[in-house]
Design a protein around this ligand. Structure first.
Ligand SMILES: [Ca+2]
Ligand SMILES: [Ca+2]
Ligand SMILES: [Ca+2]
Length: 398
């Protein structure tokens, strides 16, 4: 009782000290307005309401209001959520907490954890102390979005018969044919010789199967001191190739710093260490140029590579919007490269001049999806993750 009385006396004195002619609101500090981040699962149908809590530091005797708008991040309005522009949020006298609801599009398609922002502006009877909140729509899906559309190769060629094929129609990688190459290449070949930024793993997060396809997923995540993960597999010591025709049907990823490759290295270094015994890059792509692929034959005395590199640009569309077939027709003293059976590079023994021609030997296959590195440069804010390199089949005719 005594305490309460003292309090009342103090309040009265404070009021008396103040200017005297103002209303009740003048005696209170303006509340500070803050909005909190929000993170939630996307949901799997219709829409999900993402509610942001907006708080006043203290109740106020007059209405307090603020405007709010959404800003795209990796989440895009219209696609991932419904944008809001300059809406009003009002606290009635005595209220301290309000909710701002943003409608999120809930689907069953795998994506990254996408973000957008809610930004407060134009406060009335308040001051902004935390103006922007990040809303994270957490991926809760496992189905990679793609269809089987695109070029498909014939299943026979005159003069050839199928010697081997990998259809990727199962649910696990055949370890009689394939091995994973994990890590960052260190200590012997850090960054895999190209200053690549990824850590390769054999986790199902980075390589998995869906709808008769093998999918390598490049992810933006920290693991083993690297900021990206992906996968790299090879047939070294398990399956060798020499001459014939190889068809590989694939749908490529895209984006700055994304680097998918289908390539062959010599089983035995008959002519000496790289690049003397050759390297055949049947297909590699710089993700920032999604309509173009490169086909490159490396050779020469070293230590760097001499090479013959040619490219193929699609007449329409990009390599990431549907499947294409990357092929190599290979015989004694000649390698030809194709996209969708369009020849774009022929390299013959004579083209190597006085260098050893190393391609009349057995090679093994490598399939990988690199992130960053000397060829594509680093990813930037425009690069979306995850990225998917999707293989339908590898067929070898002889
Ligand atoms: Ca979902
Ligand atoms: Ca989704
Ligand atoms: Ca398949």
């Amino acid at each position: 009782m005594k305490k309460l009385k003292a309090g009342l006396v103090f309040a009265a004195v404070t009021a008396a000290l103040c200017c005297g002619k103002g209303n009740d609101a003048d005696k209170q500090p303006l509340p500070a307005i803050s909005i909190a981040d929000r993170s939630m699962n996307e949901g799997n149908g219709g829409t999900t309401s993402m509610e942001f809590t907006v708080t006043l530091s203290n109740a106020y005797s007059a209405p307090v209001s603020v405007r709010y708008s959404t800003i795209d991040g990796t989440a895009k309005s219209g696609e991932d959520y419904t944008s809001v522009s300059s809406q009003l949020c009002t606290w009635q006298p005595g209220e301290t907490q309000k909710k701002i609801a943003v409608s999120v599009v809930a689907d069953d398609v795998k994506e990254g954890d996408d973000t957008f922002s809610v930004r407060l502006s134009s406060p009335e009877n308040g001051t902004l102390i935390r103006q922007t909140a990040v809303g994270t729509i957490r991926n809760d899906d496992s189905k990679v979005p793609f269809t089987n559309a695109g070029y498909d190769a014939p299943t026979s060629y005159p003069g050839y018969s199928l010697a081997w094929s990998e259809e990727f129609n199962g649910s696990v990688l055949d370890d009689k044919v394939w091995s994973y190459e994990n890590g960052d290449g260190c200590p012997t070949l850090c960054g895999w010789g190209n200053n690549e930024l990824e850590n390769y793993t054999s986790r199902p997060d980075n390589l998995f199967f869906q709808d008769g396809k093998m999918i390598i997923e490049a992810r933006q995540e920290t693991l083993g001191g690297k900021n990206y993960t992906s996968a790299r597999i090879k047939t070294q010591g398990k399956k060798g190739f020499k001459f014939g025709r190889i068809d590989i049907r694939a749908k490529l990823p895209a984006g700055k710093g994304i680097w998918p490759a289908l390539w062959l290295m010599p089983q035995d270094n008959v002519y000496g260490v790289w690049p003397k015994s050759g390297e055949i890059d049947l297909m590699e792509a710089i993700g920032s140029e999604p309509a173009k692929i490169l086909g490159t034959l490396h050779y020469g005395p070293g230590p760097g590579s001499t090479n013959i590199s040619r490219n193929y640009v699609l007449p329409a569309g990009t390599f990431n919007n549907e499947f294409h077939v990357f092929s190599m027709e290979w015989k004694q003293d000649q390698v030809k490269l194709y996209v969708d059976n369009n020849l774009f590079s022929t390299v013959s023994k004579a083209d190597l001049g006085n260098n050893a021609y190393p391609y009349n030997e057995t090679f093994y296959l490598i399939v990988n999806l690199a992130v960053g590195g000397n060829l594509p440069g680093s990813p930037d804010a425009s690069t979306y993750f995850p990225q998917w390199f999707i293989l339908d089949y590898i067929r070898w005719y002889q």
